[in-house]
Design a protein around this ligand. Structure first.
Ligand code: ADP
Ligand code: MG
Length: 355
């Protein structure tokens, strides 16, 4: 059954996630992995999603793909309104069965995902070419010979050396950087309108990582796809993102354009992240955020960042989650200090932070 949303998205929005809640049922109880996330990604633009490990970035990406194993995952509520270019329809992906024909056709045709570890999506027993061709034959309804030609072209486009030879290589015959290129070729061979890139360069050395980021930028420009780029690395986010969502413990605590976020960070967590990254060319003392991310069963009732926040006070921060405050065009922050006054949290001078 097709779930068509009566509420249309504006022309430029490829996907709009509204109040997404995902829980995991584990031995210790229910873990609220994603707790009311709302994001929008526009055609040809990149939304960077950043935050410490365990804050729900991957779960958000996997939820959009409907790739979360249920159980233990439970899609509790929310909307994932996706503008399907091929049909012009807006579909609420939350309403689809993960294994339905429609969802399977969306995965691979319209939305693709790449991972930190290329072997998450590549299989050791098949050649690179066979794996790229499989997607092309399945979704584009072309013959094997044509699919092989397209696979070679795609490998060429992602900068694979000797594409007509490496199309027949098995994954174990390729280096990490080449595997990453092969995975990107497989993901993009169907020209998706949305790419979810989950830490795609985290496992690579800096030079290869820079090449892959550069490649992704070029391909995005060529194909005009919207991208959700998940990374724990603010330097990567600064480079690739148009807009940024900062996540902490399943919630987005700050959302802004990349310039606003880096030059005018408002949430104490965002400010802490900025202070804990090295500044190239300058020797300086790094200030890691104090404390650690609490265990899921010990998440505070109010602001989840309160136990680590240098500005927390029981007088200003009541034990209910802070509302979202708009502090500028497209700049939203969930912090009680901004509910009271915009001047309490002084933004540090982040103009010094350049990568
Ligand atoms: N398969 C799973 N089973 C149980 N809990 C999970 C599973 N996958 C993720 N989680 C939990 O969901 C939360 C968010 O995880 P994740 O989205 O992977 O974080 P991130 O990608 O930001 O590092 C974490 O608390 C994690 O332990
Ligand atoms: Mg992750």
């Amino acid at each position: 059954m097709t779930a068509i949303q009566p509420t249309a998205l504006d022309d430029q929005t490829v996907v709009e996630v509204k109040d997404l809640v995902v829980h995991f049922q584990v031995l210790q109880g229910r873990v609220p992995a994603v707790n009311g996330v709302s994001i929008k990604i526009k055609r040809g633009k990149t939304l960077g999603v950043v935050g410490e490990s365990g804050c729900g970035k991957s779960v958000t990406g996997l939820a959009i793909m409907r790739l979360l194993p249920t159980p233990p995952a439970e899609m509790v509520r929310g909307e994932i309104n996706f503008h399907r270019q091929s049909t012009g329809q807006v579909i609420d992906i939350m309403q689809l069965h993960p294994q339905s024909a429609e969802m399977r056709s969306i995965r691979g045709n319209d939305i693709a995902m790449i991972f930190q570890e290329p072997m998450t999506s590549l299989t050791p027993a098949y050649t690179i070419g066979e794996q790229i061709m499989e997607a092309i034959v399945l979704h584009q309804k072309v013959g094997k010979r044509e699919a092989r030609q397209r696979a070679i072209q795609m490998l060429d486009r992602v900068g694979m050396p000797q594409p007509s030879r490496n199309v027949d290589a098995y994954p174990h015959q390729l280096s990490g950087g080449m595997l990453q290129r092969a995975m990107i070729a497989a993901a993009l061979s169907c020209q998706p309108s949305l790419l979810i890139a989950d830490e795609p360069t985290t496992a690579l050395d800096v030079t290869t990582a820079a090449q892959i980021l550069d490649l992704m930028g070029h391909l995005q420009e060529e194909m005009g796809m919207a991208t959700m780029h998940v990374s724990h690395n603010l330097g990567v986010i600064a480079e690739v993102a148009d807009d940024v969502a900062v996540m902490y413990l399943g919630r987005i605590v700050e959302q802004a354009s990349v310039d606003d976020l880096f030059y005018n960070p408002k949430h104490p967590y965002t400010q802490g992240l900025m202070h804990s990254i090295p500044n190239i060319g300058q020797r300086q003392r790094l200030e890691p955020i104090r404390g650690v991310v609490p265990e899921p069963d010990a998440i505070p009732k109010g602001c989840a960042f309160a136990p680590r926040c240098p500005h927390y006070s029981p007088d200003t921060c009541p034990p209910i989650p802070p509302p979202s405050v708009t502090v500028g065009p497209g700049h939203e922050v969930c912090c009680y200090l901004l509910v009271l006054t915009d001047s309490v949290v002084k933004p540090p001078d982040n103009r010094a932070h350049r990568w």
